[in-house]
Ligand binder design. Sequence first.
Ligand SMILES: [Zn+2]
Length: 394
Amino acid sequence: MALQERNKIYIDKEALSALSLVQEGLLYPVTTLMNKTQMEEVNKTGLYKNQTFPCPFLLSPSGRRNQAVLSSIKKGEALNIVTEGRVVGKIIVEEIYKIDKHQRLEKIMGGDLSTQEASSTLQRLGNYAVSGKYVVIFKDIKEAKKRLHEKINLTNAKQITGIMMSAKPFHRAHERMLREELEKCDLLVIFLLKPYKKDFMNYALREKCMQYIANNFLIKDKICIIPLDDTYLFAGQNKMILHAIVAKNYGCTKLIVGENSPNLSVYYTDNKRHSVFDRLQGVDIETTIINEYVYCSLCKTLVSKITCPHGHHHHTNYNSESILELYKLGILPPSILVREQISAMILSGLHPNRFANLKKLYYDIVPSDGILNNKSEEEFYIKLMGLYQNPIQM
Ligand SMILES: [Zn+2]
């Protein structure tokens, strides 16, 4: 192997993001790659330095080139880390060791191995792990951390609540949940999950919607929106535990989670709610599971299922998948589900320039002041929603 190839390993952006998360202290007490002894300890106990850590933090990239490099490199040598053709960091090799891929997968997934997520994670795994001190360049996390710390200092916030959201789409029940929490905390940190896989509703669109709600309908000074890379690290049941660790390390004192979130493993014994958070040891953060809201057609508002006396046949659920289905088909969801401004942003983002003659539609359907220049599709949807809500008497 040529010398310049002998000291390079190739990783994707997702792995780079994970390395950066640790480098920035957001998975503390994990501060670097684990060696074999540490891996075995975490596998056995689920603890690292007396704190819950569900899965060893390893670098074991797959690929023929990486296997060749890792099987021949020696302790003390430097490896350049390459992502998308660029050197993005360096690692000083301390130990190279073989891993059991199946056990590794089990630990990453924290359970179910039959999912699509599990099979794509398996493909990422190589035969060797490398440990040692490293540095990587990945500015996104550094910037987010700085922005949040400035906000904490500015507001002198003590009670800081974090929430992890995909906001796909951001619906009324989300808004209600945030509103209630804003009454209790000094600062609300919305970690907006940033997917690595191709997604039909992209991050920029979700962030635009989220920002719009924060600016117009919530107390924006008490809100900070932080992107959180939704990498392979946050898989299966480990996701919730790692989210709590990340939120704590970002400075949050509390993490709230909606009770319908997947992987929460909620069950009840003697009227007491249990969840995956019962496993948390030594991680200094309060975790709260929030009862989710439904729209009740008799109460005519959002209610918690626990406090509304009307049966479920009067309730409309806020199921993100189903609301997304409407957007995919180009249908405007009722405004009890999603604010019309948000729906307008999403529909015009997902189906741009769909109207052959928008001007004519405006002219025929929407009551207007007669000035029809440069009307946008986004605005058209909002006007249309207004019309849906008009009563008619004959
Ligand atoms: Zn009701």
